[in-house]
Design a protein around this ligand. Structure first.
Ligand code: FES
Length: 237
């Protein structure tokens, strides 16, 4: 799932001046907006002495830890150490995890996988939301798979399952409701359910489904290759 763009929060949740704590795939993170208003996602605890960045101050250039004043940019790198240090501003090579973000269709998405982020699939409900559109987010205290079965079971027969955690249901062409539900794991026991409801045509085209399938095949191939390269070492032991 980390190899796909995943929703981290609703756009309306993130103001210009306050950081927003989020958890994704068991990682505690903090979202904030940089000087351009673009969302940034970095590790929640300061790389210096682990203070919670929920108390951080959003400023031009990044977010500042309120304990000793280190300033982190939107890539999680330390830009400025406290003014109390001799030499004043110094860029340091330390930092904390940071993940790229995109904002579209009322949500902030992030890519937490290895390497360069792939292009965001051109889901119609994200890039061209229709006029009659509603977006909600609900926290569920259950594994994301349980969530898919509980929430989507009655409609699963007619739904398109876009691996690994997105379910789309198309309404009748006469203009009944269509929806997309995105089940994003916070950890093994809870997830966030993003629901996009609208009146429109197919929310997911066939080309996008096969694009997702290709991502899955590539990931499996890489895992098998890694396993193959480990096996001789294991035999040697
Ligand atoms: S703990 Fe954050 S700057 Fe020291």
């Amino acid at each position: 799932m980390r190899r796909h763009w995943q929703p981290a929060a609703l756009s309306e949740e993130l103001t210009a001046d306050k950081p927003l704590p989020v958890t994704l795939f068991g990682e505690e993170l903090i979202l904030f907006r940089d000087d351009q208003g673009n969302p940034a996602l970095i590790g929640r605890y300061c790389a210096h002495q682990g203070v919670d960045m929920i108390y951080g101050r959003v400023e031009p250039g990044g977010i500042r830890c309120m304990y000793h004043g280190w300033l982190f940019d939107n890539c999680g790198k330390v830009v400025v150490r406290g003014d109390w240090l001799p030499g004043g501003e110094q860029r340091m090579s330390v930092g904390q995890p940071a993940y790229p973000c995109l904002e579209t269709g009322g949500v902030i998405l992030t890519y937490m996988g290895p390497g360069e982020a792939p292009a965001l699939p051109a889901y119609e409900f994200l890039v061209k939301p229709p006029a009659r559109f509603a977006l909600t987010k609900v926290r569920r205290d259950e594994n994301y798979l349980q969530g898919i079965l509980r929430a989507d079971k009655p409609a699963l027969n007619g739904a398109k399952f876009v691996m690994p955690n997105l379910v789309a249901h198309q309404g009748a062409p006469s203009g009944t409701e269509s929806w997309v539900r995105w089940h994003v794991p916070l950890d093994d026991n809870s997830h966030e359910e993003f629901t996009f409801r609208y009146f429109g045509e197919s929310p997911i085209a066939g080309g996008l489904l096969s694009a997702g399938y290709q991502v899955l095949l590539k990931a499996i191939d890489e895992i098998l290759t890694q396993r193959g390269s480990l096996e001789p070492a294991a035999k040697d032991l």
